[in-house]
Design a binder for this molecule. Structure first.
Ligand code: DGY
Length: 328
C-alpha cells in the first residue's frame, strides 16, 4: 500500500492518552499534534497506524511499543514515555531503528518514595484491612488484641534497588528510626550510603534480615520473578513485602501462597504482573494492601512528568532550547 502522506511543513506528534491539555498544548508551537480525547486501550495495529503517521509520540506505560508497532513508521524519530520505567518500550528495537526514547526520572522521585512509605505503613499497620472491618460493622468494642500489626521504628528496612527512589525511601526509613539495608546491582559510593544511612548487603542477607522489604528496582527480563517461592522462603514469616516497581519482579502465585499460609505477614502491592488484572488469589486475602499503580499519582508530579516528557520530545526532535534525555 502507498506510504501515507505526512505533512511536509511541520513534524507530526501523536499523544496516546489524555494528559494535561495545557501542558500538551506547548507542543502546538512546533508540531501538528494529534492527541486522544479519552483514555484509550490500543491494539498493536492501532499503535502502528498512529506511529506510521508521526515523527514523534508521547506515550504512557499502557502502550507497548516494539518491532511490530514501529514497522513502517518511516518518519518516527522520538518517543517520549511519561514515566521513569520504560519496560513498555523495546529499547533495542527502537535503537536499531534510530528512534530516540526518553523517560521522566527525578520529577517523581519524592512522590513515589512517599507512596512507598505510605504503602509500607498501611501494610505493616493493617490500615486498609482495619477500615474494611470497621465499615463492615464488625467493630463491637475497643479491642486489646485485634488488628495487631508490626512496628516500623526499631525494625530493619530492606530496599531492593537503590536508585533515586530507593534512596528516597532509605532517607524516610532512617527518619523513622529504622535500620536500613539495601541491595543493588552495584554498591553506592560511601558518601551516598552515609547520606541515606544505609548499609549494603547481598540479596540473600537482605531477604533474611528485612522486617520490611521494599522493591524499587527497574524491571528487565533478568529480574523476572526475582522474588519467587525460594526468595520468599528466606524471608521472616513476620515480614512485609512492598512492591512499587513492576509486577513481573514478583511471582504472584508464590506470594499469594506465602501470604495465605502465614509464611509472610503481609504485602503491599501497587503493581501487578497482568495490570489491570489482579489475581483472584490476591484479592481474596486480607493481609495484602492493593492499590492501582498510583505511586507517582500526585497532581503536581503527574504535571511535572508530562512537562518533562514534552520538553524531552521537543528536544529530541531538535526543536526548542532543551537537551534530550535518552532513556538508555
Ligand atoms: C513510572 O514512572 O515508571 C511509574 O510506574 C508510572 O508513573
Amino acid at each position: 500500500s502507498p506510504e501515507p502522506a505526512v505533512a511536509e511543513s511541520r513534524p507530526r506528534v501523536w499523544v496516546s492518552q489524555p494528559l494535561f491539555d495545557d501542558v500538551i498544548g506547548r507542543l502546538d508551537e512546533y508540531f501538528d499534534v494529534q492527541s486522544t480525547a479519552q483514555v484509550s486501550e490500543y491494539a498493536a495495529g492501532e499503535i502502528a497506524a498512529h506511529l506510521r503517521q508521526a515523527h514523534g509520540a508521547v506515550v504512557t506505560l499502557n502502550e507497548r511499543i516494539g518491532t511490530a508497532e514501529i514497522a513502517g513508521a518511516a518518519h518516527l524519530r522520538a518517543i517520549a514515555n511519561v514515566g521513569v520505567g520504560y519496560n513498555n518500550l523495546d529499547i533495542p528495537a527502537l535503537s536499531a531503528a534510530g528512534i530516540i526514547a526518553t523517560n521522566t526520572p527525578d520529577v517523581l522521585t519524592e512522590t513515589t518514595a512517599d507512596f512507598g512509605f505510605a504503602l509500607l505503613m498501611a501494610t505493616a499497620r493493617r490500615i486498609t484491612e482495619a477500615e474494611r472491618w470497621l465499615r463492615a460493622g464488625q467493630w463491637q468494642q475497643w479491642s486489646f488484641s485485634s488488628m495487631l500489626g508490626s512496628d516500623l521504628h526499631g525494625s530493619t528496612l530492606g530496599i531492593l534497588g537503590m536508585g533515586r527512589i530507593g534512596q528516597g525511601i532509605a532517607r524516610r526509613g532512617a527518619g523513622f528510626g529504622m535500620r536500613v539495608l539495601y541491595h543493588n546491582r552495584s554498591r553506592l559510593p560511601a558518601a551516598v550510603e552515609g547520606q541515606c544511612q544505609a548499609s549494603y548487603v547481598d540479596l540473600d542477607s537482605l531477604l533474611r534480615q528485612s522486617d520490611h522489604l521494599l522493591l524499587v528496582l527497574p524491571y528487565s527480563p533478568e529480574v523476572h520473578h526475582l522474588i519467587d517461592a525460594s526468595a520468599l522462603s528466606k524471608m521472616k514469616p513476620s515480614a512485609t513485602l512492598v512492591n512499587i516497581a513492576r509486577g513481573g519482579i514478583v511471582d504472584e502465585v508464590a506470594l499469594a501462597a506465602a501470604l495465605a499460609q502465614g509464611r509472610l505477614a503481609g504485602a503491599g502491592l501497587d503493581v501487578y504482573e497482568g495490570e489491570p488484572q489482579v489475581r483472584p488469589e490476591l484479592l481474596a486475602l486480607d493481609n495484602v494492601v492493593l492499590t492501582p499503580h498510583i505511586a507517582s499519582a500526585s497532581l503536581a508530579t503527574r504535571r511535572a512528568m508530562v512537562t518533562l516528557a514534552v520538553d524531552n520530545l521537543i528536544a529530541a526532535l531538535g526543536e526548542g532550547p532543551q537537551a534530550g534525555r535518552p532513556a538508555t
